[in-house]
Design a protein around this ligand. Structure first.
Ligand SMILES: [Fe+2]
Ligand SMILES: [Fe+2]
Length: 222
């Protein structure tokens, strides 16, 4: 009888860690910001936290944590359609680890739909994964702590001194509050994050919430 999978087992699995590292290296070579274990743990933590704060059951909270940790492994093959490729790679691995079929399917649906290019939000696990992933923007994602001046993603991330995600269950609002220094601008943030903000709004609506983005005290979409 398959046992419920725990995040602890996922974190200890050498195959999944190797895939996260390979994905991160493939993106590093192309100049992308950090997609390694730090990003994986951040998304895992906040995807599960969003559902916990909204009183989803422990099964969905746990599956969101797992989906968050493994969501970017498809980048080990290609950035293009990495959600779908990652889901296809992940599915047999989860079943080999004796994850129940329904749980494995819930995880691969979320992973396969987290990318703003093609993702469709059809479950709370997907919705929370999307919000946690798209709001991970901060100085710590700039590799080696040194931004490439000509790279807008580096400039924007490096300018983000603080990023805070919070859930107001009573008002049904998921807040993303950013503080940026003057080395980039709100306009530059919006230039590269607009499609991700729109996907967060869709994800929040799926959870019967709104998504409120604030940058340097200015409400951007409220
Ligand atoms: Fe991704
Ligand atoms: Fe990601």
């Amino acid at each position: 009888m398959p046992q419920p999978m725990t995040l602890e087992r996922i974190l200890k699995d050498p195959n999944l860690r190797a895939l996260i590292d390979a994905a991160n290296q493939h993106l590093a070579a192309q100049g992308y910001t950090d997609h390694g274990p730090r990003h994986a743990r951040f998304v895992s933590r906040f995807a599960s936290e969003i559902l916990r704060r909204l009183d989803y059951d422990e099964r969905e909270v746990g599956l969101a944590a797992i989906a968050g940790y493994v969501h970017d492994i498809g980048n080990s093959i290609s950035r293009v359609n990495h959600g779908v490729s990652g889901a296809c790679m992940l599915f047999p691995l989860l079943l080999q680890m004796d994850m129940p079929m329904a749980d494995a399917l819930a995880v691969v649906t979320a992973v396969g739909n987290h990318d703003e290019g093609i993702g469709v939000i059809t479950s709370p696990i997907t919705a929370s994964l999307v919000i946690a992933d798209k709001t991970d923007a901060s100085r710590s994602r700039v590799r080696n702590g040194t931004p490439e001046p000509g790279d807008i993603h580096d400039r924007v991330n490096f300018a983000i001194e603080r990023s805070r995600l919070s859930v107001d269950k009573d008002r049904r609002v998921i807040f993303h509050e950013l503080e940026m220094d003057s080395s980039s601008s709100i306009m530059e943030y919006l230039t590269i994050y607009m499609s991700r903000i729109a996907m967060c709004e869709r994800a929040a609506r799926f959870l019967s919430c709104s998504f409120g983005l604030t940058i340097n005290g200015h409400s951007i979409n409220g």
